[in-house]
Design a protein. Structure first.
Length: 109
């Protein structure tokens, strides 16, 4: 008799564990899907934020050239920064051309 109650008790615990497992597996699937959805939404919002920031910088630059004094200083600073970048690129390209010319001269010797 005692054996039968132990077996019955174990069966009910096993059934409970199986039910818990099924329920938790479904919760995990649901949360995994929600996580994927939220990650996609985050990427989308980050891209939109990046585009809006770019647009804002472009508008500030445009307003600066149009004459608003506060934005004019920002616009000039940005143009100066871009010009320095262009000058660096030209210098790098000049260095590459000089190296190529030296290599060609060394091969000719």
């Amino acid at each position: 008799m005692a054996d039968k109650s132990v077996i019955t008790n174990l069966e009910s615990r096993v059934k409970q564990l199986m039910d818990d497992h099924r329920r938790l597996s479904e919760v995990v699937r649901s949360l995994t899907a929600e996580t994927a959805s939220l990650k996609a939404e985050k990427r989308s919002l980050e891209e939109e934020n990046k585009q809006l920031r770019t647009e804002l910088h472009r508008k500030e630059l445009t307003e600066g050239f149009a004459g608003e004094s506060r934005n004019r200083d920002k616009a000039r600073a940005r143009v100066n920064r871009l010009m320095r970048e262009v000058d660096k690129c030209i210098a790098l390209l000049g260095g590459i051309e000089d190296e190529a010319a030296r290599a060609t001269m060394n091969e000719a010797k």
